[in-house]
Each structure stands twice: as structure tokens, then as C-alpha cells.
Design a protein around this ligand. Structure first.
Ligand code: PMP
Length: 396
């Protein structure tokens, strides 16, 4: 997963990379399922759909679809099925787990990877693992997606929110102050690896150092980060490592319906699973039940094998087919171009860092408002006038 230029923390600095391969705009359109779909516009013409809404859900990449189509020939019941196809499907499911773990730099000897529906479910599951006794504090930040705020508010007793600076980046001084003020009580700091609004990419490994020094654990919501930058959770227990990570396949060019929660194996053990049923037990009698170990205990019912295989294919698509060098350089070019052009529009406000020179690394997500124009109207003109899909309103 790691490229030569990637340092030990897995963060690669843009600008130091040159693309290892060239894709023409036509290659890229062909790489995307539906990349040449025409949509109706208000003047009665059909135009190629321009998808600027990938931060919500990416389209499907063709190599991922092909991998899934291949698997459909072997599609069958997994785990306890004794037939040959069942054995192949079960093996493919477990290989998918290993591949997704490898994508974020972990092996599964001391970590556990649970397949869930999406990042939101992963965050809720993680919250369910946290102690809820009086005095426990969870810290999150003002840059978070609702899924990484409301989850903690619902499950945990005391949640505090770290402030952000004028670009939307979390203020480390505020994090440190809150860790100090709640010394010994903060169990977890939950922070996004990349903002879905401003594109801010916090340095999660340096945050990990601060969090661990205060005796807390770190969760990274990697929903936006995963398709854009290499991630390395690091060895379990190391000062710079990430303890928990959540991400979704539908932001990685695979279909909706699959996500993962990765965390220390020990945290999942010694408790009744949150959801129980088929696959979660070693033994059941009329009086007793013996739960099996995680991840099986955390994946009640028939698992989404197709989704897992698609997510695993997505990890290879990003890191091996496109490659991080190319992704980072291409995103940087596009973001810089878009910021330059948007800055030329009178009355347009960009939220977050808007310097086209990109002095700080940032994702290519750009949120803006046009003065005196309702945001719905702007989005409607882009869609009905030009076939451009954007997102408008409240971004979770
Ligand atoms: N966190 C971030 C930063 C996101 O951008 C999103 C999706 N927009 C989520 C969490 C939630 O992801 P999902 O909808 O896949 O649960």
C-alpha cells in the first residue's frame, strides 16, 4: 500500500509526486460506469453528465464492477455452506477483509475489521463499545460530519467539541486544553481524517501523539480521506497510531451498502455483541449461549459478501490501478484550477482554504455560496442548465 514517497505515518505530501501514469480525459470517462451518460437540460438538448458530487458518493469504477461481475459466477451462501461455491465465496469474503485491512496498513492479528453498512454505522458501533459511566468524556470537533457528532451525543454521557480555525481546521491548542481540563476522563477523541465541507486534512498522526499522551484513544472518520490519501493506522499501541477507523465503500468508487469499523481486537471481546443472531455464537442451549469472537460475533446474519468484495476491489483500484501518486497529483491540479476559476467569480465565497497555490494539503471538495443567490437556485441552474451535479443545502 505504501509508496516510496510515503513516510512511516502513511501521509504523503502532495507536490513532491509526479504522476506515474497518464490518463486522458477519455480514459477517465471510460473508467467510470456511466461516464458518458447524457442527461436532459432545460434547452431541450442532452449533455454529458458532469458529476461534481463525488464527495457524497463516487460513481462506480469499471474495474470494480468487473471484479464483482466475476464473483457473481461464484455467488452463494457463505460460512456454514459446505458446497464448493460456498467455500469459494467464504474464502473471497475473508480475503476481502484482509485486503481492506492491508489498505490501511494493518494486519488482523491484533486488530479486528468488522464489515458494516457505512461509516455512520461504523461510528455508531464504535460508540456502543465505549464506556458510558459517569465522568467519561468523548471529544470530537466542530469540523465533523453529523455522523461523527450525533453518534457520540446519543451514546455517551459527556461530549465536548474542539473548536476550529478560520479555515475549518481543528485547533490543537483547544484539543490540548480540553484534554488537560478533563484529565483522566477522556476515553476517545473522534476526528475526521478529511472534511466533507472544507477539504481540511488534519494531521491525525500528530493528533494521535497528543491524544495518547493524555491516555485517550483516537478514532478517525476516514470517509473522505480513504479515496484521496494513503492511510496507515500504524502498529497497535504506538504513539502515532490510529486506534479506530471508519470508512465507506461508496466513497471509493464501489457501490453503496458496505463500510468498515477497524479497532483493537481486545475491545470487541468479552461482551455480548450489539446485534445478535445467526453467526454470532459458538454454542447455544435452551439455557446458555456462548458468543463467538469478533469479527464474526459483530456480523450477525448473512453478510454482504458482494459489498465486501467490491470494497476490496476498490482498495486495489485506488492504490494499484490509479496509484496514490497519480491521485494526489491529479487532485491537486483539479483543485488548484477550480479554486483559481471560482475566485474570479464576483460575490462567490469559498469556505475553507481558497488559495489556488494550495499552501496546505487539502481535499478537492469545495463549498461555496453566491452572494444574493439562493443555494438551491445555483444548484438548479448548474443541473438544468449544464448537466452539472452538485450538492446543496445542509451538508450533514
Ligand atoms: N463522515 C464524513 C466526513 C462524510 O463525508 C460522510 C458522508 N458524507 C460520513 C461520515 C458518513 O458516511 P456514510 O454516509 O457512508 O455513512
Amino acid at each position: 500500500m505504501k509508496t516510496e514517497e510515503t513516510d512511516c505515518t502513511g501521509t504523503a505530501s502532495p507536490g513532491t509526486h509526479s504522476p506515474t501514469r497518464d490518463f486522458t480525459p477519455d480514459d477517465l470517462r471510460d473508467l467510470i460506469v456511466g461516464g458518458r451518460t447524457l442527461v436532459p437540460t432545460i434547452d431541450g438538448t442532452m449533455r454529458p453528465y458532469i458529476n461534481l458530487d463525488s464527495a457524497a458518493s463516487t460513481p462506480i469504477a469499471r474495474p470494480i464492477k468487473e471484479k464483482v461481475d466475476e464473483f457473481y459466477e461464484w455467488y452463494s451462501a457463505v460460512h456454514r455452506g459446505a458446497g464448493f461455491k460456498s467455500q469459494v465465496a467464504s474464502l473471497a469474503y475473508e480475503q476481502a477483509r484482509d485486503l481492506v485491512a492491508g489498505f490501511v496498513g494493518v494486519d488482523l492479528s491484533d486488530r479486528c475489521l468488522v464489515f458494516v453498512r457505512n461509516t455512520t454505522e461504523a461510528l455508531n458501533r464504535c460508540a456502543g463499545l465505549m464506556p458510558v459511566e459517569e465522568g467519561t468524556v468523548i471529544l470530537t470537533t466542530l469540523m465533523e460530519h453529523h455522523s461523527n457528532i450525533l453518534t457520540w451525543r446519543k451514546h455517551c454521557v459527556h461530549v465536548e467539541t474542539v473548536s476550529v480555525d478560520e479555515h475549518g481546521a481543528p485547533l490543537l491548542s483547544d484539543l490540548e486544553a480540553r484534554l488537560k481540563a478533563n484529565e483522566g476522563h477522556v476515553k476517545l477523541v473522534a476526528i475526521s481524517g478529511g472534511s466533507n465541507v472544507t477539504g481540511v486534512i488534519p494531521d491525525v498522526h500528530s493528533i494521535a501523539r497528543t491524544v495518547h499522551a493524555a491516555g485517550a484513544m483516537l478514532l478517525v472518520d476516514a470517509a473522505q480521506l480513504a479515496p484521496h490519501r494513503p492511510i496507515n493506522m500504524g502498529p497497535l499501541g504506538a504513539l502515532e497510531s490510529i486506534d479506530f477507523l471508519a470508512m465507506s465503500a461508496h466513497k471509493m468508487y464501489a457501490p453503496l451498502g458496505t463500510g468498515v469499523l477497524i479497532g483493537p481486537q481486545s475491545i470487541f471481546e468479552g461482551r455480548a455483541p450489539e446485534m445478535v443472531g445467526g453467526g454470532t455464537v459458538l454454542f447455544v442451549s435452551e439455557e446458555t449461549v456462548l458468543w463467538t469472537s469478533a469479527p464474526e460475533s459483530e456480523e450477525a446474519g448473512s453478510p454482504n459478501v458482494v459489498g465486501a468484495i467490491a470494497m476490496a476491489a476498490a482498495t486495489r483500484f485506488l492504490s494499484e490501478y490509479l496509484t496514490w501518486d497519480w491521485i494526489i497529483a491529479h487532485e491537486r491540479d483539479l483543485t488548484s484550477y477550480a479554486l483559481r476559476k471560482l475566485n474570479e467569480i464576483p460575490g462567490l465565497t469559498i469556505y475553507g482554504q481558497n488559495d489556488p497555490a494550495l499552501p496546505e494539503d487539502r481535499l478537492g471538495v469545495i463549498a461555496f455560496n453566491l452572494e444574493k443567490v439562493d443555494h438551491w437556485l445555483t444548484a438548479a441552474v448548474l443541473s438544468h442548465g449544464y448537466g452539472i451535479g452538485t450538492r446543496t443545502g445542509c451538508f450533514c
